[in-house]
Design a protein around this ligand. Structure first.
Ligand code: ADP
Length: 172
């Protein structure tokens, strides 16, 4: 699996699947979640409501992942995962690693060859960017090979990109 670091807007990536740092309601939020809902169009919210009704009445648990179509995005699928919220005392690195591992497992089940991840939990949920970068890169680096050939980390801002580049150097 090739790992690439990209600075930019994840909603613009032409990959098979993009990962959304959602909240457990799946009904939209701020940050990257809001951007993905705006770019994918209103059908995404409908699909998320349907998921809640049919499969996830209690919401999506922290560390789990589930897919919807990408609707108006170039990406064919959106994989929604819920990062741990540092401010709410969710500080177990295993929970954050699970977001990356479970999202990748969903991508492999879909047969995706390229997947883009944001810096899950490094925004509103308050995790330190170096810790997020280290967990993200090491989890993807050690994941079992499957259909996914390329994993992009698509990051807002030079500091986040720097943290991920530095984490990549450490595993590489
Ligand atoms: P969380 O609630 O999991 O912390 P956020 O959406 O608040 O999620 O932030 C996660 C990261 O995604 C932050 O670094 C934020 O700057 C970044 N981000 C926000 N919008 C986008 C976007 N369109 N593309 C890529 N990254 C984004």
């Amino acid at each position: 699996m090739r790992i690439e670091i990209v600075e930019g807007d994840i909603t613009r990536r032409d990959v098979d699947a993009i990962v959304n740092a959602a909240n457990s309601s799946l009904l939209g939020g701020g940050g990257v979640d809001g951007a993905i809902h705006r770019a994918a169009g209103p059908e995404l919210l409908e699909a998320c409501r349907e998921l809640r009704r049919v499969r996830l009445p209690g919401g999506l648990p922290v560390g789990a992942a589930v897919a919807t179509p990408g609707f108006q995005l170039a990406a064919r699928w959106i994989i929604h995962t819920v990062g741990p919220n540092w401010h709410a005392g969710e500080r177990d690195p295993g929970l954050l690693a699970s977001c990356f591992a479970e999202s990748l497992a969903v991508a492999q089940d879909l047969g995706a060859e390229s997947v883009a991840f944001p810096a899950i939990s490094a925004g509103i949920y308050g995790w330190d960017r170096r810790e997020v970068a280290s967990i993200a890169v090491s989890t993807v680096h050690t994941a079992a090979p499957g259909s996914v050939e390329v994993v992009e980390f698509v990051l807002f801002g030079p500091e986040m990109a720097r943290a991920f580049r530095s984490a990549l150097r450490e595993v590489g």
